[in-house]
Write a new protein. Structure first.
Lengths: 111, 113
């Protein structure tokens, strides 16, 4: 069963706009990770936020984590066409031995 | 560094045929994983190997076997392929299970007729 679920499933925006996608999860976590997948390629790690962190930045990416609501959000500011991809959140399985990925949010950025 | 490599990139099988997907990493990672990705399903974990010499089932292990040949290599075998195994298969590795980022290979696109 899925641990993390992304929302929305699909998002279309114009270049320069901000994109926000959300992830909800079910059980307590050690950390939460976000990955990007360009069409036809493998996943690439974007950012990891630990359970004792509330916000983390990396370039144009901002990730927040609310452990009380079991949710996280990924904000991409000033989107570019190259940001077009699917974005996945991932959390640990209950045994803490492997990551479980959500179904992803497909982001389309048009110029 | 090549990172995580997978062979083959594409494969077409007939129902009942067998094949092995190969994966190798050159980052000296302890943990390796096999996922399958189907449209609308996200990634699902098939098997993983927390360290050399150990393997464990993931979410969807039926119809698959794995071998952790050494620290670098982790193979996935389909003994008798079925159309339901048509998917894109990704191998990944990480330094320490869920506490570090995973590095992914480019994937193998498998079609079973």
């Amino acid at each position: 069963s899925q641990q993390g679920e992304e929302d929305p499933q699909a998002l279309s925006i114009q270049e320069g706009e901000n994109a926000t996608m959300n992830c909800s999860y079910k059980t307590s976590i050690n950390n939460l990770q976000w990955y990007r997948q360009n069409s036809g390629r493998g996943l690439v790690h974007l950012i990891l936020i630990r359970s004792n962190e509330r916000e983390k930045h990396s370039g144009r990416l901002r990730v927040t984590l609310d452990t009380s609501k079991k949710s996280s959000s990924l904000l991409i500011t000033a989107s570019r066409a190259a940001d077009t991809a699917s974005y996945f959140c991932a959390t640990a399985n209950q045994a803490g031995t492997a990551l479980i990925f959500g179904k992803g949010t497909t982001l389309s950025v048009s110029s | 560094n090549a990172g995580v490599t997978q062979t083959p990139k594409f494969q077409v099988l007939k129902t009942g045929q067998s094949m092995t997907l190969q994966c190798a990493q050159d980052m000296n990672h302890n943990s390796m994983y096999w996922y399958r990705q189907d449209p609308g399903m996200g990634l699902r974990l098939i098997y993983y190997s927390a360290s050399e010499g150990t393997t464990d089932k993931g979410e969807v292990p039926n119809g698959y076997n794995v071998s952790r040949l050494n620290k670098r290599e982790f193979s996935l075998r389909l003994e008798s392929a079925a159309p339901s195994q048509t998917s894109v298969y990704f191998c990944a590795s990480s330094d320490l299970l869920v506490y570090n980022e995973q590095f992914f290979g480019p994937g193998t696109r498998l079609t079973v007729l």
